[in-house]
Ligand binder design. Sequence first.
Ligand SMILES: [Fe+2]
Length: 220
Amino acid sequence: MNEQSSYPVKVEAQHVGFFETPVAYCQVKDSDALLRDLERAIRQNMADSGGLQRSNIGGWHSNTDMIAWGGAAATKLADTAINVAKRMTRFQEAREENYEWTVRMWANVTAKGGFNHMHAHPGNMWAAVLYVDMGEGDDPAADVGGAFYLEDPRFPMAAMHHTALRMVGSDGEAQQYEVEFKLQRGDLIVFPAWLRHGVRTYHGERERISIAMNIDARRR
Ligand SMILES: [Fe+2]
């Protein structure tokens, strides 16, 4: 007889996840007029500033003062992003009205071959990106690259044991080290500014337009 059979134990395990990383994956509804005016302001700013500046890889980006030149549409976008960030924020020691929320905003126009290395936004609370025009990727079935991705902030802890190791999340799925988003026009993502993210190489012929934001709240 197997010695272990004298211990007829059963295990009741409750799989819970701790220390979540909140990410708001939003579709901005009825956004046609807003997106149109944002794009118009970006094109104008691009023309005023002398066209392409190759300051990021394969694209142009504006200065971070789009609130000043983006008109009412930029202000509306800033308020919208702040409201999403507020839903994911609590302050332990003070009421929310004691905090002043601010946004720095800039536009990215990405040509074929453009991408963004993985990075974070130090010194801010939340970061956000809105897609104004997917370029050639308007058809969700078209694979023109340019995917936005987030890195697991715990990386490479599990992989330090074995590179093939994946921990199973409370949803029962193996957790990968990166999450890719298949984004569409009008999608807005708000995530912690310390969470590293990037954009894979875009292969479409038509330029892609997005707007990035740094969102902060400071005690008055
Ligand atoms: Fe970024």
